[in-house]
Design a binder for this molecule. Structure first.
Ligand code: ARG
Length: 461
């Protein structure tokens, strides 16, 4: 019987089945962890020397070898091998080929179980930081748009029916607030990502006199995972990141739905520049809002990954199981997707052309100031419920006359309540309606400008 030449092949008496080798390998997708894998190995080697587990000379050789490995990977000279299974064993095996037997000492007091958990956390931490920067770039563009369109009036909707006039700037600030909470959630998730698993070894810890705090400090972790079984087995931090990303994309999906509606001939509130749209191969007149449509579509994909990861984890006994190798593709794809969606949005939003005249015309159509009329009547001393009734009848009459409320004469309005006077016309205008809502969180141009100033400060901090 032939032996097995794997790094773990000692107890095996035959080589791995060819398909099983492919089936169990992760190198095709986990090689993207190489920089973080090497960073973790460097810190581990330094710690081994500092604790007297390997000599300083061994450590220097290992560090120099790792430098060579990273240079080979980055120049494209590195040969990734499926038979070496994953990123960890590919790198370790090349290290040993380059520096000889000293390379074999690197894995002292370590297992791939704590190694991979460390790599994923380091990688995810960097990606979270990048994602936060992209989200902030998008937020900055929303604030610019909000400021530029602080006084642009559009219909505000509930049930997608015209409800009350709002300013376009106010609408942009609503999106901004959603992103603000998304960034907050990312920062919070980052705290739980940023804990060091290394030192947990396979599952029970190690009999060597290691210094986990030193490794944590070297790698910029906030602390060490406090239980070795938990450290190697749970992927809740990755699930949490994907959950936060799903919420973020749910928000982008809602923005997308609105952009798609607004860009349609029926709404015609905005124009998306040609470079963010595509045409139809059969209908020459078409200009399709592909970017927001794709973002809306990709949202489902990340939510799917969230379900996949929860199912991956749900029945695993402690501690590490090979199931966990399946965490990477959904996590990586979620990272790639959320990055791409934020990038395209941050690039696109500054180019959106707003059509204030069309928004205004739409706001004039749907009796958007009916609530203002009711509020006016309340100020005249009528209880709100009765005022609601009076306005309801006025609107029914206006619909019949095919007129807007502001187009009714004073005499026509007085049919419904005799105490109405000339002052009513000021509240029935769109400007009167939005200007009246100038408290914090209101839609008035003054409130929007104040909110933009406040949010710009927050964004800088
Ligand atoms: N490629 C593996 C993974 O992604 C690394 C850990 C393997 N550990 C083991 N005991 N087989 O999870």
């Amino acid at each position: 019987m032939s032996g097995n030449d794997k790094l773990w092949g000692g107890r095996f008496s035959e080589s791995t089945d060819a398909f099983v080798e492919d089936f169990t390998a992760s190198v095709a997708f986990d090689q993207r962890l190489y920089r973080h894998d090497i960073a973790g190995s460097r810190a581990h080697a330094l710690m081994l020397a500092r604790c007297g587990i390997i000599s300083d000379d061994d450590c220097q050789q290992i560090l120099a070898g790792l430098d060579k490995v990273i240079a080979e990977i980055e120049s494209g000279d590195f040969k990734w091998s499926v038979s070496l299974e994953d990123v960890h064993m590919n790198i370790e095996s090349r290290l040993t080929a380059l520096i000889g037997d000293v390379g074999k000492k690197l894995h002292t007091a370590r297992s791939r179980n704590d190694q991979v958990a460390t790599d994923i956390r380091l990688y995810l931490r960097d990606e979270i930081d990048f994602i936060i920067d992209e989200a902030k770039r998008l937020q900055a563009s929303l604030l610019d748009l909000a400021e530029a369109q602080a006084a642009t009036i559009m219909p505000g909707f509930t049930h997608l029916q015209t409800a009350q006039p709002v300013t376009f700037g106010h609408h942009m600030l609503a999106w901004h607030q959603m992103l603000l909470r998304d960034v907050d959630r990312l920062l919070d998730a980052r705290k739980r990502v940023n804990q060091l698993p290394l030192g947990a070894a396979a599952l029970a810890g190690t009999s060597y006199p290691i210094d986990r705090e030193f490794v944590a400090e070297q790698l910029g972790f906030d602390g060490v995972c406090e239980n070795s079984l938990d450290a190697v087995s749970d992927r809740d931090f990755a699930i949490e990141f994907v959950a936060v990303s799903s919420i973020l994309l749910m928000h982008l999906s809602r923005f997308s739905e609105e952009l798609i509606l607004w860009a349609s001939a029926q709404f015609d509130f905005i124009d998306l520049p040609d470079r963010f749209c595509t045409g139809s191969s059969i209908m020459p007149q078409k200009k399709n809002p592909d970017v927001p449509e794709l973002v809306r579509g990709k949202t489902g994909r990340v939510t799917g990954h969230l379900m996949g990861l929860l199912m991956l984890m749900k029945a695993q006994p402690l501690a590490y199981n090979k199931d966990n190798q399946e965490d990477k593709e959904p996590l990586f794809d979620s990272i790639d997707t959320v990055k791409a969606c934020l990038r395209v949005y941050a690039d696109m939003m500054p180019t959106v052309k707003v059509k204030p005249d069309n928004m205004r015309a739409a706001a004039l159509k749907g009796y958007a100031t009916a609530t203002d009329l009711a509020d006016y009547l309340v100020r005249k001393g009528i209880p709100f419920r009765d005022a609601h009734e009076v306005v309801g009848r006025s609107v029914a009459y206006a619909v019949e006359q095919e007129k807007d409320l502001a187009e009714l004469s004073l005499a026509e309005l007085q049919q419904f309540y005799a105490g109405i006077d000339e002052g009513v016309f000021a509240v029935l205008t769109l400007e009167g309606s939005v200007n009246a809502r100038e408290h914090i969180g209101g839609t008035a141009p003054t409130a929007v400008r104040a909110a933009v100033a406040k949010q710009r400060q927050l964004l800088k901090s």
